[in-house]
Design a protein around this ligand. Structure first.
Ligand code: HEM
Ligand code: HEM
Length: 175
């Protein structure tokens, strides 16, 4: 990942598209869960799952895109910030992939096929197991989700710091 000879100043159009659609899918998936918690309608848990699985497919495509496209050279910053940014970007990728997989396994081990917008179904491809369903439920709600919240807040906090304190137009690179 040595991009020092690149004269890019922005992320590629595909990288920018992948970034913002991921953020929007995450937001929608979360909103569907809020609606389900407040209205207790089966419609919203179904939509939560369908959008969550869509985010999984989107993230897989995003990783492939990331491997094959050149990143713009990093903006100047202290070494520890560079390290933290690499680490948190990697964590966000990993978490956004692990989260829907845990959700999917929770449903499947619970013996429930997952319907994707009425287009197709992910069948119960394992022997249902209540213990495992509960385990993945715990990972989904108590471990991975708090980590997503933490890293997303750090991420957005860092973006705002670049925007308003350092004023180095970092956000412009991903817009
Ligand atoms: C990145 C994608 C996803 C995110 C961010 C996400 C987020 C969440 C959150 C925040 C909760 C609520 C926890 C709570 O009420 O305390 C939840 C619950 C749940 N999620 Fe997801 N989810 C995602 C993907 C999925 C997928 C793909 C499935 C299934 C195919 C799924 C199935 C469920 C189920 C069944 C619950 C309810 C668990 C319960 O009632 O205890 N989720 N999810
Ligand atoms: C207001 C919301 C957001 C802003 C302002 C924002 C801003 C940015 C910026 C400026 C970059 C590029 C950093 C650079 O050029 O070095 C970036 C990259 C990234 N963002 Fe965000 N972001 C937002 C939301 C999110 C969300 C919700 C996620 C996922 C949970 C996310 C995940 C990522 C990842 C994984 C990268 C690294 C890209 C890569 O290295 O391939 N972002 N974001």
């Amino acid at each position: 990942m040595n991009n020092t000879h690149s004269n890019l100043t922005k992320w590629s159009a595909t990288s920018r598209l992948f970034h913002w659609i991921s953020a929007i899918l995450l937001l929608i998936t979360w909103i569907m869960m809020l609606l389900y918690n407040n209205l207790d309608s089966k419609v919203y848990i179904g939509l939560h799952k369908a959008f969550g699985v869509s985010l999984l497919f989107w993230m897989i495509a995003r990783v492939i895109n990331r491997v094959f496209t050149k990143a713009p050279p990093p903006v100047a910053m202290p070494k520890w910030q560079m390290l933290l940014s690499k680490l948190s970007h990697f964590a966000l990728y990993a978490l956004l992939i692990a989260m829907p997989i845990a959700g999917l396994l929770m449903s499947i081990y619970g013996g429930r096929p997952v319907d994707i917008f009425g287009l197709f179904q992910i069948p119960v491809f394992v022997t249902p197991d209540r213990g495992l369903a509960r385990l993945y439920n715990d990972w989904h709600t108590d471990i991975i989700w708090p980590m997503i919240i933490a890293f997303t807040l750090i991420h957005i906090g860092a973006a705002l710091y670049h925007q308003f304190v350092k004023k180095d137009n970092l956000i412009g690179r991903i817009k």
